[in-house]
Design a protein around this ligand. Sequence first.
Ligand SMILES: Cc1cc2nc3c(=O)[nH]c(=O)nc-3n(C[C@H](O)[C@H](O)[C@H](O)COP(=O)(O)OP(=O)(O)OC[C@H]3O[C@@H](n4cnc5c(N)ncnc54)[C@H](O)[C@@H]3O)c2cc1C
Ligand code: SF4
Length: 333
Amino acid sequence: MREFGYRRASDVQGAVALLAADPRARLLGGGTNLVDLMKTGVERPALLIDVQDLPLDRIEVTPDGGLHIGATVTNSDLAADPEVRRRYPALAQAVLSGASGQLRNMATVGGNLLQRTRCGYFTDPAAACNKRVPGSGCPAIGGEHHNHAILGASAHCVAVHPSDMGVALAAFDAVVGYETADGPGELPLAEFYLPVGRTPHLETALPSGALITGLRLPPAPVAAVSRYRKVRERASFAFAIGSLAAALDVHDGTVREVRLAFGAVASRPWRARTAERALTGGPASAEAFAAAADAELAAAEVLPHNGYKVTLLRNLVVALLTELTELTEEAAR
Ligand SMILES: Cc1cc2nc3c(=O)[nH]c(=O)nc-3n(C[C@H](O)[C@H](O)[C@H](O)COP(=O)(O)OP(=O)(O)OC[C@H]3O[C@@H](n4cnc5c(N)ncnc54)[C@H](O)[C@@H]3O)c2cc1C
Ligand code: SF4
C-alpha cells in the first residue's frame, strides 16, 4: 500500500474544509471498501479524512412520520433499529442480507451508497476497464459477465451496483443529504446514480468535495408490509446475483399501492416503475405479477452468460408479491 495521511474530523464543516483543500483526499467511513481498494492500488488517496467522530450517527423519526438516518450510522445499527424494522422492514432485511456481522459493524450508510462495483476487471489493476481508466475498454462484455447488468447498461460498461441497502432505499424514495464547502444540498436516490452512457467512471451526481450527511426516508405506510429477497451463489456472505425489495398494499384482491426495486441488474438500484404502473389498480394475482415483471424486463439487454437474470427476477417478483398478498390477507382476517 502507498503512503497516505490520516485525519480524524470532529465536525462536518471541518471535514468538508479538509476535503476541499486537497483534491486527492478521500473520506473514510468504515473503510471496508475503500481500504480494500487501496491495498490493490485501485484507489490511491493522499489523505484519508475519517468521519467516524462526526455527529451523524443518529436515526430519528421526522415530524412527517418518515425517518432521518445519519451517514455514519453503521449497517448493524440501521438493521437493528426498531423504527426501521417497524416502518421499513425491507430495509432492515436488505442490510442484514449483506456482508458479515463483523463487516456490518464497521460499514456505514454513507460508505454503502458509494461502495464500488465488484466487477473483477475493475478490482484488478492489471486489466483494462473503462470505469477505472476511461477509454481503456470493457473486457467484461466479451469475458466474464455472468453477474453483470441486464438493464440500463451500455457498450462502455455492464457492471452492477453491489449495494443491498440501496435497493430498499430506492423502493422507498430515499433522499440523500450532503454538505459541501458551498453549503448543503439534497439528491433523490433516483437521481443520485448517473446513467452509464459513455462515462462509466462518473458514477454519482454528488458535487465534488461533498460529504454525505444522511438520508431522508419520506413516510410510506405501504412500506410496513415490505420484504427484501436476495439470491446469491452461496448461502451467506456473498453479493446478490439478483434481488428484490417489494412493498404491497392489497384491499379486496386489488392492488392499491406497490413498490418494487431490483438489485444486481443495473449500475444502480433499479426502481421497477413500469411493473408498478402495470399492477396498480389491478388484481393481486400470480398472473398479474408475472405480466408486470415481464413488462419491466422487456427492456432487458442480455449478454451470452447473464440471460438467466430475466427469469430469476420474474420469479422473485411473483414469489415475493404472492407472499406479501398472503401476509396482508392474514392480517385482515
Ligand atoms: C467481503 C465483503 C462482502 C460484502 N458483501 C456485501 C453484500 O452482500 N451486500 C452489500 O450491500 N455490501 C456488501 N459489502 C460491502 C460493504 O457493505 C461496503 O464495503 C460498505 O457498506 C462500505 O461502507 P464503509 O463505511 O466501510 O465505506 P468505506 O469503505 O469507508 O467508503 C466507501 C466509499 O464511500 C466514501 N464515503 C464514506 N463515507 C462517506 C460520506 N459520509 N460521504 C461521502 N463519501 C463517503 C469513501 O470515500 C469511499 O469512496 C461487502 C464487503 C466485503 C468486504
Ligand atoms: S463492466 Fe464496467 S467495471 Fe467491469 S470491466 Fe467493463 S467497464 Fe470495467
